[in-house]
Design a binder for this molecule. Structure first.
Ligand code: BGC
Length: 455
């Protein structure tokens, strides 16, 4: 019954998608879009049991985690049709997704995260998962911030998979023991640890010059300099006054200082290579989201054994988060039974625990079992559980603002980072100008994690 009804809805949807494709394509190509939609294959008689999943989990550990999901779905007779797009932080995947949707070829499930969920939901292309969420009583066990992230205009628009802590500092335990160093809790301590490492002939920090990785360091520095309230002022509310503030200036100055501890010319290595450099003992420390912990396991390295993990300097009380979510494209609704089954499965306690153990993150569930977590994960899950006051949504990982603002800020910070002559005041002026531009006629990005306003 439900399926027949959804097929009928599918007819209406195909016409609607034609209109939307025309709008997206602009330039009077409405006719072509209508033809394209008409050319879509008719809904099959029995619902397909495969789900194509577009994502950016392509490193060795990410692949393992995705394969686990595929295996668990196979047990439920759903085939995972893999569409992986390389590129850390989904830089490539976002572009491929847009192209595919424009071509009328949306995958059934996609790694769409943070504010991007609201952007896609507003176009009316995503499947509402309200029935699954209500039947499974998701509200009862999800952290409130997670609930907020997946909801848009009172509808559940995505399935949450795991929480990553972006403010994670990794340090080489053998080196630290040998030099009698303690993990730095502040950026001042970081400076003295870095000096000692360099004196011992070790590069203090492993860090790529790739734009998104530089901005990840920058958002860590802003958080350390100020705290979640100011952080949101800057990255969620896009306040020009916050851009001009001395705390932003200080974070920019610190970024230059930290660059000095990396050694050599900035390169654009993908993040798994940075992890391997750290694993080889060629750098004493690394600051990266906890997906790096999973990649270290691929190198045979474990927390509290080869490496230690702590919060990035100055952010011990805070949780800078990126939450992985899968959103479903409605299409002609023929895949809906498989998509809903998939959504149900992904939030179950067992799958959440197993997936996150492989992926490096922590479950989105308040009732997860901390005894099953390593010390790194336990600290992340416990800190996140303290609520909005200690949480900061990662700008780089789309939790704070829309894609256009994010791309512009990342480019601006990168420019400043690469050009040694650029002054913090100039970068601040440019950030302020960007914010003014983006805020024109758009008071705050849709779905942004402005947890203060939410309360
Ligand atoms: C995602 C992670 C992923 C990381 C590196 C983040 O945006 O949340 O799942 O491992 O990017 O690509």
């Amino acid at each position: 019954m439900e399926y027949v009804a959804s097929r009928r809805a599918g007819k209406w949807r195909r016409a609607w998608i034609a209109g939307l494709l025309a709008a997206l394509a602009g330039n009077g190509s409405a006719l072509a879009a209508v033809q394209l939609a008409a050319a879509l294959p008719p809904a099959p008689a029995s619902p397909p049991s495969s789900v194509q999943v577009l994502h950016w989990w392509t490193s060795a550990s990410e692949r393992k985690a995705a394969d686990l999901l595929a295996a668990r779905l196979a047990e439920e007779h759903i085939a995972w049709d893999d569409a992986a797009i390389p590129g850390g932080a989904g830089i490539g995947a976002g572009k491929v997704l847009k192209g595919r949707v424009l071509a009328g070829d949306a995958p059934e499930a996609t790694q769409i995260i943070g504010v991007a969920i609201a952007e896609w939901a507003d176009m009316g292309l995503l499947l509402e998962l309200d029935n699954v969420a209500a039947a499974g009583n998701w509200q009862r066990f999800l952290f409130p911030t997670i609930q907020g992230l997946i909801s848009h205009r009172k509808h559940t628009m995505a399935v949450p998979l795991g929480i990553h802590r972006v403010n994670t500092l990794y340090y080489n335990r053998a080196l630290f023991a040998q030099l009698q160093l303690a993990p730095p809790r502040t950026w001042e301590e970081f400076e003295s640890v870095a000096r000692r490492l360099r004196a011992a002939g070790v590069q203090p920090l492993a860090q790529s010059g790739e734009a998104w990785q530089v901005s990840t360091l920058f958002e860590n520095l802003v958080l350390a300099e100020s705290g979640p309230e100011f952080y949101r002022e800057l990255f969620v509310r896009r306040s020009p006054a916050a851009a001009a503030d001395h705390r932003t200036a200080q974070a920019l100055r610190r970024l230059r200082l930290v660059k000095g501890w990396i050694g050599g010319r900035p390169d654009e290595r993908p993040w798994p290579e940075v992890v391997r450099q750290f694993a080889r003992g060629q750098a004493g420390m690394m600051i990266m989201g906890d997906w790096a912990k999973a990649e270290l396991a691929e190198q045979g390295q474990l927390p509290d054994r080869e490496f230690g993990c702590a919060a990035a300097p100055g952010t011990g009380k805070y949780h800078l988060f990126s939450v992985d979510t899968l959103a479903m494209f409605a299409g002609d609704y023929s895949h809906m039974p498989a998509q809903e089954k998939m959504a149900r499965l992904l939030v179950t306690p067992a799958l959440q625990a197993d997936f996150n153990a492989l992926k490096g993150g922590v479950p989105v569930r308040r009732d997860a079992d901390p005894a099953r977590m390593d010390s790194c994960a336990r600290a992340s899950w416990t800190t996140f559980g303290q609520g909005a006051a200690v949480q900061a949504p990662s700008m780089v990982h789309r939790m704070a603002t829309d894609e256009a603002t994010r791309d512009a800020v990342i480019a601006e910070v990168h420019r400043y980072y690469l050009d040694e002559r650029a002054q913090p005041a100039e970068a601040q002026r440019r950030l302020g100008a960007l914010f003014r531009l983006f805020n024109l006629g758009n008071q705050g990005a849709p779905g942004a994690q402005d947890t203060d306003r939410r309360r």
